[in-house]
Design a protein. Structure first.
Length: 120
C-alpha cells in the first residue's frame, strides 16, 4: 500500500541521500512529493521550493540537519503526518518532543534501508 511521503530537504544531486530516497520511493510505487532549495525534478517528482499544504501525508522523511529543521517544525506538525523519519544525521531530540506533544510518531531510521528491507 502506498504511503504518501514528503521528502523534506530534497536535492537534485544524484549522490545525495535525499535524491536516492526519492528514486527508491518511486521505484517502490510510493506516492512522493518533495521540498528543497532548488526547483527541478527527480524521477518524475517535482521539487517544490515553496511550502505546499500537502494533503494526506503519511510520512515526512527528513534530510535536513537539526539546525535547519527548526524553521519547519510548525510546517511538519500542521501537515499532520502519521510519522516522521529522522534519517542519519538528522536526529533531533527537541523535535521529538514537539512531535510527541502532537501525537505524531517518529523513528530514527534510514528511509533507504526501510524500503530495502520491506519495513517502510
Amino acid at each position: 500500500m502506498s504511503k504518501k511521503t514528503l521528502v523534506l530537504g530534497a536535492s537534485l544531486k544524484p549522490d545525495r541521500y535525499s535524491n536516492m530516497a526519492i528514486r527508491k520511493l518511486v521505484n517502490y510505487n510510493q506516492e512522493t512529493v518533495a521540498f528543497g532549495m532548488r526547483s527541478g525534478e527527480v524521477a518524475g517528482v517535482p521539487i517544490d521550493t515553496e511550502l505546499v499544504d500537502y494533503k494526506d501525508i503519511d510520512t515526512v522523511t527528513l534530510y535536513l540537519n537539526p539546525t535547519r529543521q527548526q524553521e519547519y517544525y510548525d510546517y511538519v506538525v500542521n501537515l499532520k503526518p502519521k510519522r516522521v523519519i529522522f534519517n542519519p544525521g538528522t536526529e533531533n531530540p527537541a523535535f521529538y518532543t514537539i512531535l510527541k506533544a502532537h501525537n505524531i510518531t517518529f523513528e530514527v531510521a534510514c528511509t533507504l534501508v526501510l524500503l530495502s528491507t520491506n519495513q517502510y
